[in-house]
Design a binder for this molecule. Structure first.
Ligand code: ADP
Ligand code: MG
Length: 160
């Protein structure tokens, strides 16, 4: 499967989608997330962290100022937010390439600020529909991501 487009009707549902995806993963994966402020990127990532068994004490928040946060679940989770990043070279200072090449899972909010970020993985785009609803499009880049997206689609369908 290459693409899954769905609508969530609440923040809880967006978190649940993230949780489901996180719970499916057993190895490295990169999520490149785009969408305006308030679209739900962090909300999704909170559920995703829960699915990776990140302890609740490690509250997931937007790393807007720190640019990167790390969480410790079944897999290490590196959470980037590139909103305040000025130049792609600054990614080097954050050790971005090393993190992505590592054994953990990487989530990048505002990945579209750097169109050169053509990494394999899942590419998510969130859009505000109304106060409670968001459109979430997930696209797979590469066979590993395609397999995870397939599993997610099946399991999400079973929940409806
Ligand atoms: P972003 O990280 O994209 O800037 P956040 O996840 O921080 O966005 O914020 C999303 C906001 O939208 C939260 O206040 C959340 O409660 C609200 N919201 C309302 N409906 C939804 C939904 N269906 N999915 C995600 N967030 C939603
Ligand atoms: Mg955010």
């Amino acid at each position: 499967m290459r693409e899954l487009v769905l609508t969530t009707a609440s923040p809880e549902e967006t978190r649940e989608l993230g949780r489901l995806l996180g719970s499916l993963l057993s190895g490295p994966m990169t999520l490149l997330i785009s969408g305006d402020l308030g679209a739900g990127k962090t909300c999704f990532t909170q559920g995703f962290a829960r699915g990776l068994d990140v302890p609740a004490e490690e509250a997931v928040a937007s790393p807007s100022y720190t640019l990167m946060n790390q969480y410790h679940g079944r897999l290490e989770l590196a959470h980037f937010d590139l909103y305040r990043l000025n130049h792609p070279d600054d990614l080097d200072d954050l050790g971005f390439d090393e993190v992505v090449a590592g054994d953990g899972v990487t989530v990048v909010e505002w990945a579209d600020r750097f169109p050169d970020l053509k990494l394999p993985g899942l590419v998510l785009h969130l859009e505000y529909l109304d106060e409670q609803r968001r459109s979430i499009a997930l696209r797979a880049r590469g066979t590993a991501a395609e397999k995870e997206l397939e599993k997610l689609a099946v399991q999400w369908q079973q929940k409806r």
